[in-house]
Design a protein around this ligand. Structure first.
Ligand code: GLY
Ligand code: MN
Length: 466
């Protein structure tokens, strides 16, 4: 069965949540199983992160209720039949499991509709979060007697803000959960990938090593593995290519800890085991972008400013190399640098790899003080707010040479004063480089989580050697 934190921690989280909602009922449904191709052939179960955060129980068909006015807390759960016992073995009683999360009252899931209908008839507000799975939307629509579109639009903004304010900062137990998975699983996966990277094998071979190692320790993936010699395709999920000398292999992969906290690390390895001069130049610039971010990251600094600094480091470096020209601040203000770095520097990480994105990216990453940019590239920054102690973020700068985008901008003569298009002709087959670490904001600065994973050119080339 599931691994839980102390029952006091869950009770404290719910108490704070309650204090932030002025009245009514907080309804936090868990997930159901999702079929792959027919009803009883299902994907591996993944509990809802908000349900996990407040109740910790990691199985299907549960729902949590917190009555803000009376303080009553209830877990609704399935009543097991002999068939369940025959097919799935003995199951711990829901009362005993709920007790571990500090909840004394349980009721059959079959009673949930009556409970919620009674609350609606009494004109009490039922606060729920935006559903992200079709099954959930339909379930809520049946339970609350509303149309699908009413359910999709009727979520509680107050509950979003309250949940976000709690989950956005991680405590020591959560940090430990992430860090131990990073050290014991994700770090080793990257080292194994570097050691196995060689010409003639397929990307899928590396993916198999990575996934298999995680599964040996019952750590599911935090997101589908990105492993590609076409690093310029940012979220390339196909693994068909055969590795060739001269190419660069990007591996962007992360696991879920036993309690479902995510890790997310990227490294780039040369297939030949040695970076060419041209590759080394770009690789070191990505590292410089990363280090310029680490220098800034501390409580009180906006992550949008950290993104800007990393972008200026990129612009400066590319002018030194001869691919851009002009003043780095002006280049970044214009948006020209996004030809090479068309994504955000990083995102929040916690129970989700993009933490709480189900609650709406702008609700989590932006606030009254920080509005999302509308400029191409910077608009993809998922998190722009001020950093606070206890936040965990990824820092994942990259430099990419995307032939279709270069051709388009060139044909439109876009940012011609800043971009040296003729010098780019030599880079059309370059691919891309991304390097990513997971970082904790501390009292005075930041700390990269986990034992170091080979990152400098010397470290990557040394790890590659067998
Ligand atoms: N590592 C995948 C992502 O950050 O989107
Ligand atoms: Mn990431």
């Amino acid at each position: 069965m599931e691994k839980l934190f102390s029952k006091q921690k869950y009770a404290d989280r719910r108490r704070v949540l309650m204090s932030k909602i002025s009245g009514g009922i907080i309804f936090l449904p868990g997930n159901h199983r999702s079929p792959m191709n027919y009803k009883s052939n299902v994907y591996r179960f993944r509990q809802d992160s908000n349900f996990l955060y407040f109740f910790g129980l990691d199985s299907e068909g549960l729902a949590g209720i917190i009555d803000v006015d009376s303080g009553e807390e209830i877990i609704f759960g399935p009543v097991f039949t002999m068939d369940d016992l025959i097919w799935t073995g003995p199951l711990e009683k829901i009362e005993d499991r709920a007790e571990k999360a500090g909840i004394k009252k349980t009721l059959p899931t079959g009673n949930l509709k009556d409970y919620l209908q009674k609350a609606s008839h009494e004109k009490r507000k039922v606060h729920y979060l935006p559903p992200y799975r079709g099954e959930r939307t339909i379930w809520l629509s049946e339970l609350l007697d509303k149309t699908v579109s009413e359910i999709e639009n009727g979520f509680s903004q107050d509950l979003i803000s309250a949940v976000c304010s709690l989950r956005i900062v991680k405590d020591d137990d959560e940090i430990q959960e992430i860090e131990s998975t990073l050290e014991n699983i994700t770090r080793l996966q990257h080292i194994m990938a570097m050691k196995n990277c060689r010409r003639g094998i397929k990307e899928s071979y590396i993916v198999g090593i990575v996934e298999g190692f995680g599964f040996q320790y019952d750590c599911m993936l935090a997101f589908p593995v990105i492993c590609s010699v076409h690093g310029e395709i940012l979220h390339n999920e196909s693994h068909d290519n055969t590795l060739k000398d001269g190419q660069l292999m990007i591996l962007d992969t992360g696991n879920e800890s036993p309690m479902h906290y995510a890790t997310d690390i990227t490294r780039t390895t040369p297939v030949s085991g040695k970076f060419t001069r041209m590759q080394a130049e770009i690789y070191n610039l990505v590292l410089e972008m990363m280090n310029s971010a680490f220098k800034l990251m501390k409580p009180g600094i906006s992550y949008s400013d950290v993104h800007k600094k990393a972008s200026e480091t990129l612009a400066k470096g590319l002018t030194d190399i001869g691919l851009m020209q002009g003043n780095p601040e002006e280049i970044v203000a214009s948006g020209a640098h996004a030809l090479f770095f068309p994504h955000g520097l990083g995102h929040q990480m916690g129970l989700d790899v993009h933490d709480m994105e189900d609650l709406g990216e702008d609700n989590i990453g932006y606030d009254n003080e920080h509005k999302r940019s509308t400029q191409f590239g910077t608009a993809f920054l998922r998190f722009g707010r001020k950093l606070e102690k206890g936040m965990i973020l990824t820092v994942e700068p990259g430099i990419y040479f995307i032939p279709a985008l270069i051709d388009l901008w060139k044909s439109e003569k876009k940012y011609e004063s800043f971009i040296n298009y003729s010098a780019l002709n030599n880079y059309m087959n370059f691919g891309g480089i991304r390097i990513e670490d997971d970082v904790l904001i501390t009292d005075t600065g930041n700390r990269i989580l986990g034992k170091p994973i080979p990152k400098t050119i010397a470290e990557v080339e040394e790890t590659f050697k067998r």
